[in-house]
Design a binder for this molecule. Structure first.
Ligand SMILES: *[C@@H]1O[C@H](CO)[C@@H](O)[C@H](O)[C@H]1NC(C)=O
Ligand SMILES: *[C@@H]1O[C@H](CO)[C@@H](O)[C@H](O)[C@H]1NC(C)=O
Ligand SMILES: *[C@@H]1O[C@H](CO)[C@@H](O)[C@H](O)[C@H]1NC(C)=O
Ligand SMILES: *[C@@H]1O[C@H](CO)[C@@H](O)[C@H](O)[C@H]1NC(C)=O
Length: 431
């Protein structure tokens, strides 16, 4: 594994490391970043896997791993090259890899397929997805760039260089803290602000909220840690992330900066604030599998609430729809007759504003029942039975098969056989 020095700025730096030299790697301002972490914290390089930066009180100190070793930023240590998932500036990212995907760091969302230590194919994650190097797969999220191929790598998340599990600050706001949370779906940036009593400053040395003072807030120079997103003009403006419900962008110093909502919160379009997952109305098309504790979740659907997702173990959703006159109810985990849609839509933000798709057939049936001189009960029975037989059977088959095809699990077979439907008095098509 050979490190490739891509940036003149780094070469300059290596000539002399006088106090105040700034280190830039693409959009990553190592100097600014170092002021936002506790001294002694190590930050990864996105130019080479063979070195890293130790943040001292006077700035970043470039430190080499020994020969044959690569830097593992998540563990803050150098380890034998084959054991580290680091691909920055590496000539052959497939070295030592067989039957696996690795990122193509020169292309936003790009990856290679490796066989027997050589590149055997390449590709790009779909729109609104990025390649996650730790889980080796495409995940929801945006890598900031415009898909222009370039030798110059950029950070698409602060969590690509700072180890997970460490609180760090921000250079534009003394109140703000950041934290990289590692999970099976990759590493997510969590961001928050210090609000408790009068301790509204984040102290990077202690990792705690503290009283505002010149020394605690000296890092706030308005030079961003990384210019990770596109440019904007109205400071303070916010906009949703198109794919990650629990994330939004805020305009700071002409740059859109990604901000994560707290766990179990989504960015809500009505209030432009983070709100609890169930009540928030996030942007249509974002992935509501995020923070879901059920396998089946509503899609954001303000028309008739019939669209939903099956969430696989990686939190990726496959789209499914309820049959006509049914909406998807996340609490019941099934398609439910539109009768209760208005109540559901008023308490579940994903379906805010949704109305029954087609209530004309109900009207016809009501009329028939009335004409036939039946009582209300008879009418209800007719409508209920007819609806359940027709829609229920068709719906089960359709929904079950579609879900199975898309996701390849056998869960639907277990639940699609009708037992649950019977239990639910024919009202719901459950999973
Ligand atoms: C990087 O951060 C340093 C320290 O805050 C600052 O002096 C420098 O101007 C920044 N560079 C860029 C390009 O933002
Ligand atoms: C690489 O994987 C392929 C397919 O799984 C296998 O046939 C081959 O022997 C492997 N090569 C090495 C060097 O392990
Ligand atoms: C990094 O950002 C620069 C400037 O925005 C851009 O020209 C370049 O294509 C980006 N590189 C990658 C690999 O995305
Ligand atoms: C049925 O549709 C009409 C007209 O679109 C609407 O006013 C009414 O509220 C709907 N009824 C139900 C129960 O959804």
């Amino acid at each position: 594994m050979t490190g490739k020095l891509l940036l003149a700025t780094v070469l300059c730096l290596m000539g002399g490391s006088a106090l105040g030299d700034q280190i830039l790697e693409g959009n990553y301002n190592v100097t600014a970043f170092c002021t936002s972490v506790k001294p002694g914290t190590q930050l990864g390089s996105i130019t080479s896997c063979n070195y890293y930066y130790v943040c001292s009180s006077t700035g970043p100190v470039l430190t080499q791993c020994q020969s044959g070793y690569a830097y593992d930023y998540a563990k803050s240590t150098c380890a034998p090259e084959g054991q580290v998932s680091c691909f920055w500036g590496v000539e052959n990212p497939c070295a030592g890899q067989n039957g696996t995907w690795v990122p193509n760091t020169a292309v936003c969302g790009g990856y290679f397929w490796c066989l027997n230590g050589a590149k055997a194919g390449s590709g790009n994650c779909k729109t609104n997805q990025k390649f996650d190097s730790s889980s080796r797969q495409c995940v929801w999220g945006s890598c900031n760039s415009n898909l222009v191929e370039s030798d110059e790598p950029n950070l698409s998340s602060l969590c690509e260089v700072v180890p997970p599990g460490v609180y760090f600050g921000d250079t534009e706001n003394c109140n703000m803290w950041n934290y990289c949370l590692s999970s099976s779906t990759g590493v997510t940036l969590m961001t928050g602000t210090c609000t408790a009593n009068s301790k509204t400053a984040f102290n990077v040395n202690t990792g705690n909220c503290d009283y505002v003072s010149t020394s605690v807030c000296s890092r706030v120079t308005d030079n961003p840690l990384s210019q990770v997103a596109g440019s904007c003009t109205t400071s303070g403006a916010v906009k949703p992330d198109a794919t990650v419900c629990g994330q939004y962008y805020q305009c700071k110093n002409q740059q859109w900066v990604g901000v994560a909502c707290p766990t179990n919160y989504y960015f809500d379009l009505t209030s432009n604030l983070c709100q609890p997952r169930q009540t928030a109305t996030p942007v249509a098309g974002c992935n509501r599998c995020q923070y879901a504790d059920t396998k089946w979740v509503n899609a954001v659907d303000d028309s008739n609430c019939a669209n939903y997702y099956f969430c696989n173990s990686n939190g990726i959703g496959s789209p499914v729809s309820c049959p006509t006159s049914y909406y998807f109810n996340e609490q019941i985990q099934g398609c439910v007759s539109d009768d209760t849609l208005s109540t559901y839509a008023s308490t579940n933000g994903a379906c805010k504003g949704a109305t029954a798709a087609d209530n004309t057939s109900t009207t016809v049936k009501d009329d028939d029942a009335g004409t036939g001189g039946d009582t209300g009960t008879g009418g209800d029975d007719d409508t209920g039975t007819g609806g359940d037989d027709d829609t229920g059977t068709g719906g089960d088959d359709d929904t079950g098969t579609g879900g199975d095809d898309d996701t390849g699990t056998g869960d639907d077979d277990d639940t699609g056989t009708g037992t649950e439907d019977d239990d639910a008095a024919g009202k719901a098509i459950k999973h």
